[in-house]
Design a protein around this ligand. Sequence first.
Ligand code: MRU
Length: 350
Amino acid sequence: MTLRSIVYENGKLEILDQLLLPNVTKYVRIGGVEEGWRAINSMQVRGAPAIAIVGCLSLAVELQKEVFNDKKIIRQEVEGKLNYLVSARPTAVNMKLAAQVLINFINELDENDTVGAEEMKRGFISAIEAMLEKDIVDNRAIGEAGAQAILAGTPEDNAVRILTHCNTGSLATAGYGTALGIVRTLHAHKRLEHVYCTETRPYNQGARLTAYELVHERIPSTLVCDSMVAALMRSRSVSAVVVGADRVAANGDTANKIGTYQIAVVARHHNVPFYVAAPFTSIDTSIPSGEYIVIEERPDHEMTHIGEHRIAAPGIGCWNPAFDVTPAPLITAIITERGVYKPNELQKYV
Ligand code: MRU
């Protein structure tokens, strides 16, 4: 059975609490925007596409409970709450782009005199609901495009060995996944020999979540610590690295989970192709380069402790950026639902 991190049925929203995985499988009800914001900020739900979908669905849930007579009130409420949701985590751009699209849509509905207040609300909720479905379709397209790109030039009966970082699977999206979706597609086509997933310190999305998904799907896989990547590439052959993205700038510079940049540097040294898998909802052409990406810094506690257990000496200072930026020249290609692009070509296709 496929894992579902977001369950939205009959206007009710539940998320799989990713802070408790892999030990406890518990769904948590999200009753509105405030609870949505908290679930995103505390990382009960994480991963750029999942953040946007849960944020927007939390608004849909809230709107469903309200009755509106005045279109202006809906418009103001929607705009204020979407902007609030964007503030929950600053680096992943998906929530911000979704908010822009939805604010434009609500303005159009507001200006259309043939649409009444309740119809406006329903139309708006339907637009949010469509995001869930679209994300899965896009991820499957990324999976196929990525598998083809990685296999190009590989003899037909050879299988590939992939390294991935952080978690980009069903848990980070509406389903299937981006970079992990490519791994899934390769496996489904019997062209995956093995996948290595990094632990992904400090929050261990690799050890806790990707490993959980890989075991669940029975995909041949091995966990490595982040510090083992260079040794892995030297001692065992890795055909390609595939990672996700939280924000891709117009020139192809890509923000992703901390540690991605150093993997890209090591991959270049070992001549291993380095792919970014990203839906267009993660591509931000409003910024020319990665320099403009705000990097979220997380609390010290996430570094000094594992769960409630302290592992660092008390009193030590910490620096805990959640993401880094991989410069475009280190990226072989960006795999999207519309095709595979060289980082410097991306802008032409937006
Ligand atoms: O801090 P997180 O766990 O939200 O970071 C997630 C990542 O960096 C993912 O690689 C990215 O969001 C893409 S998920 C398809």
